[in-house]
Design a protein around this ligand. Structure first.
Ligand code: NAD
Length: 478
């Protein structure tokens, strides 16, 4: 059976010590497909030490030299797109068609984008009577990324690319469920000529995550994960005063106005709920529909959701792949039971599925609840599965107020043909990312991140580069 080994100093770690092993299963079949060697504290120490020494040399290069290597890395990742996408399917159980067109390319593009910024990064200059000053952005040192399991390629690259471009070394701790993509990314970056010790992968669960947070040699943590994990990361990082970026959960609203292009609105609601089987933090799981079109809208949602094919993630005709694990599927099914008990009306789905040939996998039908109200748990809490809650509204003001009535603030969307309304409502919605007549689109030069319980800091775009540097200001008395 394949053994996944930790990666530091530019290669797989051949530990003299016996490391703990963890089974890696394929979510679509439930089969064990690999064993992961888990890093211990000693390996973390060694990796931080090697990373620090590599980082000092890396930071001393010119931005152009760093950028050239980053660009090669982006190119190598693009060439390996299909291979990485296939691994991502084995990691997550998501559709190949999504991995190959969305998640994996968004990671490669982050490297390309960061390469350009590495080459063009500059500071500011100031002059006063008798004095001159300049500011520059300097790297933090060794930075770490702690990942969730839903977007392993994107998470790895969105964190590593800006960190590396700005002269840092990087240690990735992927989610324990999804080791495969990270292992191949490490090899590809080495093949692209990234100097040894700059990109490291350590495998482990929350214990390794906590050790990373407490490690005095690590300057920054970027987490993608749940809200409670985010709070623990802050606590654990406090003693060493690390910088922290938190990409946490969400319960985003989508406002569908009666003037919207009807087909676009229905499809947007479906995509914003069932992409990656609903395992997307920014998904718009609270769909507010203007009362006048509600009956037609529900009928169209039901018809299209029931036509969605659930099954083999590699089959181009599948619309939904597997959920990550049996435990997670059970959590989502428990929410369906809660929704029914709360009085929401199940209009489709709600059950586990056993597609032929994939009976051991964790599949579920796309699920839609109508007649929801704002205080239901299925409307307030993140489910992280293919479960949509539909609510209705009568006025724009009401829709905005109810959309904003959430502890989260990651994404929000609206569908309308009225340009003035689009700007007015977008301005009033409280979230880090707003999408109008689209959903979940994040080009590489576009920031992503939330407010409130969805966390803080931004990934992707030039804003992400800021979070891996600090400002150094030099004042010179002439
Ligand atoms: P999780 O919080 O359970 O785990 C995330 C990562 O944190 C894992 O690598 C885990 O090992 C690690 N971890 C857990 N406890 C830790 C601790 N005490 N100290 C340090 N590290 C620790 O989340 P998950 O189940 O992997 O992912 C689902 C969650 O992630 C959802 O809430 C989802 O909304 C969120 N998410 C957010 C974004 C975003 O960009 N905002 C993207 C994807 C997922």
């Amino acid at each position: 059976m394949q053994k996944i080994r930790n990666w530091n100093a530019g290669g797989p770690v051949d530990s003299a010590r016996a490391l703990r092993l963890l089974d890696k299963t394929y979510p679509a079949t439930g089969e064990v497909i690999a064993q992961i060697e888990l890093a211990d504290d000693q390996l973390l120490d060694e990796t931080v030490r090697l990373a620090k020494s590599a980082q000092e040399k890396w930071a001393a290069l010119s931005g152009q030299e760093r950028g050239r290597i980053m660009a090669r890395a982006g190119q190598r990742l693009i060439e390996a797109n299909e291979e990485l996408a296939a691994l991502e399917v084995r990691d997550v159980g998501k559709l190949y068609s999504e991995a190959v067109s969305g998640d994996v390319p968004s990671g490669s593009e982050a490297f390309e984008f960061a390469a350009a910024l590495a080459m063009t990064q500059s500071g500011t200059a100031h002059r006063w009577p008798g004095a001159l000053g300049y500011t520059e952005r300097v790297p933090l040192g060794v930075c770490a990324g702690i990942g969730a399991w839903n977007y392993p390629a994107q998470i790895a690259c969105w964190k590593a690319a800006p960190a590396l471009a700005t002269g840092n070394a990087f240690i990735l701790k992927p989610a324990e469920e999804t080791p495969l993509v990270a292992a191949r990314i490490a090899e590809l970056l080495a093949e692209a000529g990234l100097p040894d010790g700059l990109f490291n992968v350590l495998y482990g669960d929350h214990e390794l995550g906590a050790a990373i947070c407490r490690h005095p040699g690590i300057a920054k943590i970027s987490l993608t994960g749940g809200v409670e994990t985010g709070k623990l990361i802050l606590e654990q990082s406090a003693a060493s005063l690390k910088k922290v970026t938190l990409e946490l959960g969400g319960k985003a609203p989508l406002l569908v106005f009666a003037d919207a292009d009807f087909d676009l609105a229905v499809q947007t609601a479906l995509d914003a709920n069932f992409y990656t089987a609903g395992e997307v933090c920014s998904n718009a799981t609270r769909v507010f529909v203007e009362q006048a079109i509600l009956p037609d809208f529900l009928a169209a949602l039901k018809e299209r959701a029931e036509a969605m094919q659930v099954g083999d993630p590699m089959d181009p005709n599948s619309h939904l792949g597997a959920l990550i694990s049996a435990a997670h599927l059970q959590k989502v099914l428990d929410f369906v039971a809660i929704g029914k008990k709360e009085g929401a009306r199940l209009i489709c789905g709600g059950e586990q599925l056993f597609p032929p040939g994939f009976e051991g996998g964790h599949f579920m039908m796309p699920t839609i609840f109508a007649d929801c109200h704002d205080q239901m748990r299925i409307v307030r809490e993140e489910i992280f599965g293919p479960v949509m809650s539909v609510l209705s509204f009568d006025s724009e003001e009401e829709a905005i107020a109810r959309a904003n009535d959430s502890d989260f603030g990651l994404g929000a969307g609206l569908v309308t043909r009225d340009l003035a309304r689009a700007h007015r409502v977008a301005a009033a919605l409280k979230a880090g990312n707003i999408w109008v007549n689209s959903y979940n689109l994040i080009p590489p030069d576009w920031p992503f991140g939330g407010s409130g319980q969805s966390g803080f800091g931004r990934e992707s775009s030039a804003f992400a580069l800021e979070s891996y540097t600090e400002v150094k200001a030099t004042y010179i008395q002439l």
